[in-house]
Design a protein around this ligand. Structure first.
Ligand code: PRT
Ligand code: ZN
Length: 287
């Protein structure tokens, strides 16, 4: 049995549960006890606050955990990142009141010397200041860090930024990006061979789900003389599949395309004379 620590509620919860569900690991969502075994897989889910996940994994209360990299970095617990999960992306930045921007641009990060910085991430901030030979006063607050300069509690803040809207609405300007973060899978450093085997299977399933994400399967008909041009647009996983049609001079092509280039590729295929273009979702992709 492998125990996975996940955030009980919050920004990581939804995508974490989707990833488990897409990996066919069935968790009874109605059961909101602290520890819930999966119905069909040797896994149990331990619901925690994200702050407590690094320590739970390092100490062996859980074998693995899904947590924001920023939280893991802050805690400096003795566990290891084994996979970056490509969701809950954000950055941790220093931001200052707009009216100080001109001065900051003149002085650079030396502006921070002697200033008071409000944050919920004192560890990461302290290491950043030390690395840059800066001396500032770290003021720890939990929650609503962005209002600290406005109410005279601090000169600047060090906080999570995602869209930047929170900074804008508080008249703050981002001046230093200290780290980038995303959800990560962390593991205890001494898990048994039996648990490692379960973990390998989970990693394999996560990969199949992630590989399929943002990709579409496309099937179309194309005149034979356009096949080579169409092939350059549709590289697929190895190469597109091509089948002759009963209609003289025509073939059917099938391939995988990334969603982000999708409309661009479709437009070019139409110009080549492609017809009857079918687009299908891909559930899993095993490379
Ligand atoms: O209750 P628990 O302790 O478990 O949760 P929490 O309240 O500590 O964390 P939660 O659920 O808010 O966030 C979990 C993780 O999501 C964080 O540790 C980050 O790794 C990641 N994440 C991604 C974010 C954001 N994006 C984010 N935008 N965490 C917080 N924010 C907040 C930020 O604090 C700021 O107030 O959103 C605001 C900024 O957003 P923008 O879009 O206005 O820039
Ligand atoms: Zn938290």
């Amino acid at each position: 049995m492998l125990r996975i620590a996940v955030q009980a509620k919050g920004r990581l919860y939804e995508e974490t549960m989707t990833m488990l569900a897409e990996s066919s690991i069935k968790i009874d969502a109605a059961k909101r006890t602290l520890l819930v075994p999966a119905k069909n897989f040797p896994v149990e889910i331990l619901y925690l606050r994200d702050d407590d996940i690094p320590q739970a994994v390092a100490g062996g209360t859980a074998d693995v955990g899904i947590v924001g990299e920023n939280e893991f970095e802050e805690r400096q617990e003795d566990a290891q990142i084994i996979k970056r999960l490509d969701f809950s992306k954000c950055r941790l930045s220093i931001a200052i009141p707009e009216r100080n921007l001109e001065e900051y641009n003149k002085l650079g990060n030396k502006w921070l010397n002697g200033k008071k910085i409000a944050t919920s991430y004192p560890g990461i901030l302290k290491r950043f200041l030390e690395k840059n030979g800066l001396k500032a006063d770290i003021h720890v607050i939990t929650g609503s860090v962005e209002i600290a300069p406005g109410i005279g509690l601090a000169d600047s803040i060090f906080d999570i930024v995602s869209s930047g809207a929170t900074l804008v609405s508080n008249n703050l300007k981002e001046v230093e990006v200290v780290m980038k973060s995303e959800a990560v899978l962390i593991a205890n450093k001494n898990i048994s061979a039996e648990k490692q085997e379960i973990l390998n299977e989970i990693l394999f399933r996560f990969d199949s789900y992630k590989n399929a994400e943002g990709k579409k399967y496309i099937v179309l008909n194309i005149p034979n003389e356009k096949i080579s041009e169409a092939t350059t647009l549709l590289p697929g996983m190895k190469a597109p599949t091509i089948t002759r049609l009963e209609t003289e001079g025509w073939s059917s092509m099938a391939s995988v395309v990334p969603e982000k280039d999708f409309w661009d590729i479709i437009g070019k295929l139409k110009q080549l004379g492609a017809e009857s273009i079918l687009v299908m979702p891909i559930e899993k992709m095993i490379l």
